[in-house]
Ligand binder design. Structure first.
Ligand code: NAP
Length: 253
């Protein structure tokens, strides 16, 4: 990581769901590039461990417990950030749940509510809370999924919530312009805890690798690099866009 740029010096970045996986790598990348990063997730122990891992790498970091669908914890996340760093330059909305493999018509109402609440509504409510503190030239990135373009049978409703983020990106980019850019990344398949169905099954892993043009799964660092680009001033003329980071798995023209 010594070779990364320094695009986030003096910037303050919040990354949700960032104590492991893609969120952690995004926080690490922004931190390596000079940002003060605010990380969070549901469990204090995970927050503490992730803070330590980032600190030993020389990254300026604040860790806060925040279940993204808890209003009080969302408010606290923003309050703590502003108290410590005085402003917000970057928000990466990365949290998601995928609690069912049922078809959409078989999914219970409470699970439908949970999917909407965590994957879409919480992102909106967090931005409402963050908006008064966003600097001129600030940047928001949503983490969607390749599944947004073609929801798969085993995660259909999850895919639909990720499709909603593509629309949310467009709508909020209009609403938040010109002060704040709003973009989105759509990861392909990355072997994380969330994607246990890949890590736990060699034939699934091989089938997904073969779907890519680059013959491999994505890494959390691949997702972090694309997210950091969109969040940075290198993307200062890009807003309302989704960047697919999926090794060439078909998405759209
Ligand atoms: P992961 O490795 O399982 O990490 C999930 C992180 O989120 C953990 O730090 C977890 O910590 C935290 N978390 C979970 N629920 C939370 C909540 N309600 N509020 C706050 N934090 C929460 O997952 P990942 O694969 O990196 O997924 C990150 C994002 O990438 C998701 O939006 C997912 O949809 C998207 N994505 C992933 C893939 C993939 O193949 N992995 C593909 C496309 C899109 P705690 O347990 O402490 O809360």
């Amino acid at each position: 990581m010594e070779k990364v740029g320094k695009r986030f010096i003096k910037k303050v970045a919040i990354v949700t769901a960032s104590t492991q996986g893609i969120g952690f790598s995004i926080a690490e990348r922004l931190g390596f590039e000079g940002a003060s990063v605010v990380i969070c997730s549901r469990k204090q122990k995970n927050v503490d461990e992730a803070v330590e891992k980032l600190k030993v790498k020389g990254i300026e970091v604040l860790g806060v417990v925040c279940h993204v669908s808890n209003a009080q914890q969302r408010k606290n996340l923003i309050d703590q950030t502003v108290k410590k760093y005085g402003k917000i330059d970057v928000v990466i909305s990365n949290a998601a749940a995928n609690p069912t493999v049922d078809g959409i018509l078989e999914t219970t109402e409470s699970v439908l509510d949970k999917l909407w609440e965590i994957n879409v509504k919480a992102s909106i409510l967090l931005l409402k809370e963050a908006a008064p503190h966003l600097t001129t030239g600030s940047s928001v990135v949503f983490v969607s999924s390749i599944a947004a373009y073609q929801p798969q049978a085993t995660m259909a409703m999850y895919g639909v919530t990720k499709t909603a983020l593509l629309g949310l990106t467009k709508a909020l980019a209009v609403e938040m312009a010109p002060n704040t850019r709003v973009n989105c990344v759509a990861p392909g398949f990355v072997p994380t805890h969330f994607a246990e169905f890949i890590t736990s099954n060699d034939s699934v892993k091989k089938a997904i690798e073969e779907k890519t043009l680059l013959n491999r799964l994505g890494t959390t660092e691949d997702m972090a690099a694309a997210t950091a680009f969109l969040a940075s001033d290198d993307a200062s003329y890009i807003t309302a866009e989704t960047l697919v980071v999926a090794g060439g798995i078909p998405s759209r023209l």
